[in-house]
Design a protein around this ligand. Structure first.
Ligand SMILES: [Zn+2]
Length: 454
């Protein structure tokens, strides 16, 4: 047996694979024994908290992650300036049924959607009309004039990947306000983007069509949506009071935060790994996306700790403003192009700090084939799914520069219990699941910097 092993070591490919396996094992062992990801996430969540673009907390998060990477001794740590929108909620959101024959006056748990205008301090009252989505709104058109449109399209429970269900339901949130305003509606209520029934409203982005009037838009909890829908069946003339205070202020100077370890053999080839530093203004942005940011910092920290020297340059990036503008991701790609940088791959973790099951990708067939050939290195750590299409919002703008775009894919079943809510707090993240994600990203970065993408 010993002779056989010695013989196998003389074959270069086999020896290399052995080295890779050993280094990947070191990465996972070190992270699971002595990882910093969880305690760093705790700091971000508990000492800084939620951090919507333009807020003082977003600025504090920039400074925290910059200092953290400096303290780890990465080769270069720098801030990349970017102007971001600054939306504020401005006060407590209120949605109330005011004339239910059965229930009297009843408050529904709500949260104004991001980037929305408010109702003014005295609120507004109107009859409410339910639609299942943008398609049905178009069919009934003018019937919604002077009313509040209630979008009650649910996420499809039969989609195994809950992000697919989210994609199916989210257009009513993204453009429902403008589409309802097209027919003269006064405001919109949107069923929260969640695949379970509970009383937690989910905020999220919406975009006004500049050619149409702006009207207030609020999410209500799935439980409230079920109740409202049922009540409307009993009583057609239900009236609802809506009060919200959202306001878009002047743009603010903010930053992408970048840390780098320079490659020893091909420093001009870059592998970026990251998440987005901004979050919504409720909860602590733990899964979305504090997890991804601190996993990315951890990738470079593990390199330092284990004394690994990357052949190619590896870069941790905390993008700013994914939630309501994507300005950070857009600016990062613009600067990369302007400087003539060559990204061979970009990895984003923005699907929560849950148990990783694989990586999705977008790229050429050759790139994807090479990437998928590494799957066997991950099977011992129970990452098995390398076939999904995907990537990440912040790395999307790099696409035309040709890198392989990669997304860390955790199990998605619980993500939409927390997404954009007050429940997305540090306690909702499991330490070993978070760390497995960080180790998996490090192992993939390792294979990318060792093997390249040619
Ligand atoms: Zn996110």
């Amino acid at each position: 047996m010993k002779k056989l092993m010695l013989f196998l070591f003389l074959i270069p490919g086999f020896a290399l694979a052995q080295t890779h396996e050993e280094n990947i094992k070191k990465i996972f062992d070190e992270e699971l024994r002595n990882g910093h990801t969880y305690s760093n996430l705790k700091y971000l969540c508990k000492e800084i908290g939620n951090r919507l673009s333009g807020s003082p907390e977003a600025a504090a998060a920039v400074e925290y992650t910059r200092q953290l990477m400096v303290s780890y001794g990465f080769d270069t740590v720098y801030l990349q300036p970017v102007m971001v929108p600054h939306w504020v909620r401005g006060g407590k959101d209120v949605v109330k049924i005011v004339n239910s024959e059965k229930l009297g006056s009843l408050e529904l748990k709500s949260l104004a959607l991001g980037n929305t205008i408010g109702t003014g301090p005295s609120g507004l009252v109107a009859e409410v009309i339910e639609v299942s989505g943008l398609e049905q709104l178009k069919q009934i058109g003018d019937q919604v004039k002077d009313k509040i449109v209630f979008f009650n399209g649910a996420m499809d429970p039969t989609q195994i990947n809950t992000f697919d269900a989210y994609s199916g339901a989210v257009p009513q949130r993204g453009s429902g306000a403008s589409e309802a305003a097209r027919y003269g509606a006064k405001a919109v209520l949107v069923r929260s983007m969640s695949n379970r029934i509970d009383d937690i409203p989910h905020t999220g982005n919406q975009r006004y069509n500049p050619d149409l009037p702006k009207i207030p838009a609020l999410a209500i909890s799935t439980q409230a949506a079920e109740l409202l829908s049922k009540s409307l069946k009993d009583q057609k003339n239900l009236r609802i009071y809506v009060e919200s205070h959202g306001e878009m202020l002047e743009n603010v100077l903010s930053y992408n935060v970048i840390g780098e370890i320079r490659g020893t053999e091909k420093p001009e080839e870059i592998i970026a790994v990251g998440g987005h530093l901004d979050s919504w203004d409720v909860g602590e942005g733990a899964h979305d996306d504090g997890s991804g940011c601190l996993q990315a910092v951890e990738v470079l920290r593990l390199y330092k700790k284990l004394g690994l020297k990357p052949k190619r340059t590896i870069r941790a990036v905390m993008w700013m403003n994914e939630e309501n503008g994507l300005r950070g991701g857009t600016e990062y790609a613009r600067v990369a192009k302007e400087k003539g940088e060559k990204h061979i791959a970009a990895i984003e973790s923005d699907s929560g700090g849950f148990l990783p099951i694989g990586f999705s990708s977008t790229g050429t067939d050759a790139q994807r084939t090479k990437f998928q050939s590494w799957k066997s290195y991950f099977l011992p750590y129970q990452l098995w799914n390398f076939e999904m299409d995907g990537g990440g919002a912040d790395i999307g703008p790099l696409k035309d520069q040709g890198p392989l775009l990669i997304g860390l894919e955790p199990d998605s079943q619980k993500y939409f219990n927390f997404h954009h809510t007050e429940a997305d707090v540090f306690e909702a993240v499991d330490q070993s699941e978070l760390e497995l994600g960080a180790a998996a990203m490090t192992a993939l970065v390792y294979l990318l910097e060792q093997e390249g993408m040619d």
